[in-house]
Design a protein around this ligand. Structure first.
Ligand SMILES: [Zn+2]
Length: 190
C-alpha cells in the first residue's frame, strides 16, 4: 500500500498522478508551475515587465497593458449561466480582437489524448458567450502534458495559438522536475 494514502498500491502511476491525497497539494503545484511558465512567456510577448527567471514569476489575477489583458484563474462573468467558466488563463488581445482560453492539465500518461478532447469541448459554451459579449474571435487551447512528460503528437498546433513563444520542451522539463520532486518527497517518507 502507498504510504501516503494507505488505499492503493504503491505504483509509479499512482504516486505521480493518481493519488487523491497527493493531489491536494503536489499535483496542483506541478500544474501551476507549468501554467506559470505560459503566463510568463505571454507577458513577455506583450512587453509586460516580468522577472528574468520564470520560476520567480508570480501571476496576478489580472495583468494588462494597452494591447492585452491576461486573466489568471478568474471566473468569467456571463449573462447566461455557464458552469465551466474558469479556464486557467485567458488572453485578450485588443488589437487583434482575439481571445485565447488556456486549459492546462497534467494527466496520468494513459489518458493524454482523451484529456485534449475533453478540454476542447469543456469551454465551448464559454467560447460562444465570450464571442458575443466581447466581440473577439475566441479559441480554446488545451495544454496536456503527461506526468512523465508525454505529449500528444501535434501539440504545437495548439501551443502555437498562445501568444508568446511557448516551448514545449520547457513545459515538459517543468512537469518532469515536478514529478521527480514528488517521487523523492513521497518515497523518503518512512
Ligand atoms: Zn492514493
Amino acid at each position: 500500500m502507498f504510504r501516503i494514502c494507505n488505499k492503493h498500491q504503491e505504483t509509479t502511476d499512482h504516486l505521480i498522478s493518481g493519488c487523491s491525497e497527493v493531489a491536494k497539494t503536489e499535483y496542483i503545484q506541478k500544474h501551476n508551475q507549468a501554467a506559470t511558465y505560459i503566463h510568463w512567456a505571454t507577458c513577455k510577448h506583450y512587453n509586460i515587465k516580468v522577472k528574468d527567471k520564470c520560476y520567480e514569476h508570480e501571476p496576478s489575477s489580472v495583468t494588462e497593458n494597452e494591447e492585452a489583458t491576461l486573466l489568471w484563474d478568474m471566473p468569467i462573468q456571463t449573462v447566461k449561466e455557464i458552469k465551466a467558466n474558469r479556464p486557467n488563463m485567458v488572453v485578450k488581445d485588443r488589437k487583434k480582437r482575439t481571445c485565447v482560453l488556456i486549459d492546462m492539465s497534467v494527466p496520468n500518461k494513459s489518458n493524454t489524448s482523451l484529456k485534449t478532447i475533453e478540454n476542447l469541448s469543456k469551454y465551448k459554451d464559454l467560447e460562444t458567450e465570450i464571442e458575443r459579449m466581447w466581440r473577439m474571435r475566441t479559441t480554446t487551447v488545451p495544454v496536456v502534458i503527461g506526468a512523465l512528460g508525454l505529449i500528444k503528437k501535434g501539440m504545437e498546433k495548439y501551443t502555437s495559438k498562445i501568444p508568446g513563444n511557448i516551448e514545449i520542451q520547457e513545459l515538459q522539463k517543468i512537469v518532469l522536475q515536478g514529478t521527480a520532486h514528488i517521487l523523492r518527497k513521497t518515497l523518503s517518507i518512512k
